[in-house]
Design a protein around this ligand. Structure first.
Ligand code: AHM
Ligand code: MG
Length: 332
């Protein structure tokens, strides 16, 4: 029986910082609350009129699903109504959202970037989806309105990051820069328990996750790596597993060992994933779990973003496997 709850875990961590104001704990509590509401809605999605498209497209030009919109609103509301962040960047909103207090100012420290519902194409077929979040401290002075530069900080400035996987079990996987811990929701009582303390990537693995449908459009090095995975030699051929939800593919690879690739292609010149709320938080978790995350030549966390919704080629997972891809890319 798992007994340490997420709340207790956060309180324990805060005690290590004697001058902490509780702001960070409150922020995580708000995320936890929104996650439980979204989880509830996902579980009954087939029963209520929330499957399918909402009728709009988001800033990426993608159809917004009703659950996308619901998740986005739920997370924003949980944070804004508690006046607990100074700004929010979401995949579903074109611009960042400044959050001002009742007095019109802003005394809060943190900004949050998120993909409220990752892997949306899986929603209508009852396959796992997730929420990804990244937390930075603001750069602009407290009390002033947030500005774009607050949201354009590199991943190496994150103070925390995590995801919620709405899978056969619902889990929150979290890093505060001191390792990675996984918490499983007991749905009967609505409490997250520490179930996976100190998560680390196996050094290597035998699973690769990539949309091989785009094979023709990938760069030479990626094509060669995929061929390498398929060759009969040593522990190969590897197993191919691609759910089409970054959170779910990453989660499996983290536990079992493996690699996730969304490289550039002739279709997606910069890859598809967004740097600020997909690649960066997952890269932070990856490194904290002793894995590696790269765009093929650069450490993801060191990339200086230029745009709020910037895309980036993304490769992450077990360190030996990522190094192998880099080796193949270096040869081309
Ligand atoms: P989304 O945030 O719009 O759902 O897009 C991101 C998702 C990732 O979760 C997933 O790995 C990838 O897009 C799947 O894309 P594709 O269908 O091109 O393979
Ligand atoms: Mg996404």
């Amino acid at each position: 029986m798992k007994t340490l709850t997420l709340d207790e875990f956060i309180i324990e961590r805060e005690k290590q910082f004697p001058y902490s104001t509780g702001e960070f704990s409150q922020l995580l509590n708000s995320i936890k609350l929104a996650a439980k509401i979204v989880n509830h809605e996902i579980n009954r999605a087939g029963l209520v009129d929330i499957l399918g498209k909402a009728g709009d497209t988001n800033v990426q030009g993608e159809d917004q699903k009703k659950l996308d919109v619901f998740a986005n609103e739920t997370f924003k509301q949980a944070l804004v109504s508690r006046d607990i962040v100074c700004g929010i960047l979401s995949e579903e909103d074109e611009d960042f959202i400044p959050v001002t207090g009742l007095d019109g100012g802003n005394k809060n420290n943190y900004i949050l970037s998120m993909d409220p519902l990752d892997g949306s194409s899986n929603i209508d077929v009852s396959v796992s989806v997730g929420t990804i979040f990244s937390i930075h401290r603001r750069i602009s002075p407290i009390g002033s309105p947030v500005n774009k530069t607050d949201f354009l900080q590199p991943g190496n400035q994150q103070v925390a990051a995590g995801y919620i996987i709405y899978g056969t079990s619902t889990m929150m996987v979290l890093t505060m820069g001191n390792g990675v811990n996984g918490f499983t929701l007991n749905p009967a009582i609505g409490t997250f328990y520490l179930s996976n303390p100190g998560m680390t990537f196996p050094e290597t693995g035998t699973t690769y996750s990539v949309n091989e449908g785009y094979y023709r459009d990938f760069p030479r090095g990626i094509k060669d790596y995929i061929k390498y995975c398929q060759r009969e030699e040593g522990d190969r051929p590897y197993t191919s597993r691609y759910i089409g939800s970054l959170v779910s593919d990453f989660h499996r690879n983290l536990i079992q060992g493996g690699i996730y690739l969304y490289p550039e292609s002739t279709k997606y010149k910069q890859g598809k994933l967004r740097l600020q709320y997909e690649a960066n938080p997952i890269a932070f978790l990856t490194e904290q779990a002793k894995g590696k995350a790269t765009d093929g030549s650069r450490r993801i966390l060191d990339i200086q973003p230029d745009e709020l919704h910037q895309r980036i080629p993304f490769i992450c997972g077990s360190p030996r496997m990522v190094e192998k891809v880099e080796e193949f890319l270096g040869r081309t």
